[in-house]
Design a binder for this molecule. Structure first.
Ligand code: NAP
Length: 229
């Protein structure tokens, strides 16, 4: 029997992170998944065979602890899913520095810090490092301008990902993906979203599996369509 592929999913208590864990398990992957609060890991505990770890992605010392616990493990996939929408009023005039800092820390900086810390454990050449971005992070995207700060945080994530790729990963053969899941019914996506979690995650996992070994840094959606930066 072939050795199962291994994944580390960051931010899997609910929504797309939880959906990705379910889909990866259904496809036979071995999964380690993190939650920021173990008290709110009930839904994830219902998925059989998942190793659950704790991480608030903004917390550098918690990242060190996690890295220590995972030492020696190799992952075919490292996917940073955790993200927030930020303040309700997203006008640059209204936002307080603290709320802006929180948004950019969680959505843009912390995912890259985590990737820098753990990328050595992504399988050389065939491994995939993925970030949950959004089409709203495309500077060319005309939608969602009432969420301008969230949009900017995902554009920043894409930019930091590209710098990280060019500076450190270009010659490694690893594939780096900035992903758009579609507009999905989750706590963040809301009830109006046209797409359910299951088809989005089915598509995302298909793309993650297809792109292994291809190398490069791409910005794609859950159906594999390329998105303009
Ligand atoms: P969600 O239902 O609000 O779930 C967000 C997840 O991120 C939760 O598991 C949450 O954990 C975790 N998280 C937030 N801050 C964290 C932190 N500091 N440390 C660790 N985990 C943290 O949102 P979702 O719709 O599933 O979104 C998942 C990702 O997809 C996000 O990056 C989002 O920007 C992106 N996205 C979503 C859509 C959409 O339509 N839904 C579209 C494009 C992109 P807790 O349970 O502890 O809060």
């Amino acid at each position: 029997m072939a050795t199962p592929r291994t994944a580390l999913i960051i931010g899997a208590s609910r929504g797309l992170g939880l959906g990705l864990v379910k889909q990866l398990r259904a496809n036979g992957w071995q999964v380690t998944a993190t939650v920021r609060d173990p008290q709110r890991a009930e839904a994830l505990r219902q998925v059989p065979g998942v190793a659950i770890e704790t991480l608030d992605i903004d917390d550098g010392s918690a990242l060190q602890v996690l890295a220590g616990r995972l030492e020696g493990q190799v992952f075919d996939l490292l996917l940073v899913n955790a993200g927030i929408m930020g303040p309700a009023d997203q006008s640059p005039a209204a936002v307080k520095a603290e709320a802006l800092g929180q948004l950019f820390m969680t959505n843009a900086l912390a995912p890259i810090r985590l990737a820098e810390r753990l990328v050595g454990q992504v399988r050389p050449r065939t491994g995939v490092l993925a970030f949950m971005s959004s089409v709203l992070g495309s500077v060319a995207c005309p939608e969602g301008n009432d969420k301008s700060l969230y949009k900017a945080s995902k554009a920043a994530l894409n930019s930091l990902t590209h710098s990280f790729f060019v500076e450190q990963l270009q010659d490694s053969g690893l594939t780096v993906l900035s992903l758009h899941p579609g507009w999905v019914k989750t706590d963040m996506g809301g009830d109006q979203a046209p797409l359910e979690i299951e088809p989005s995650c089915h598509g995302l996992v298909q793309q993650l599996e297809r792109h292994a070994g291809l190398g490069g840094h791409r910005f794609i959606d859950y159906q594999g369509q390329t998105i303009a930066w």
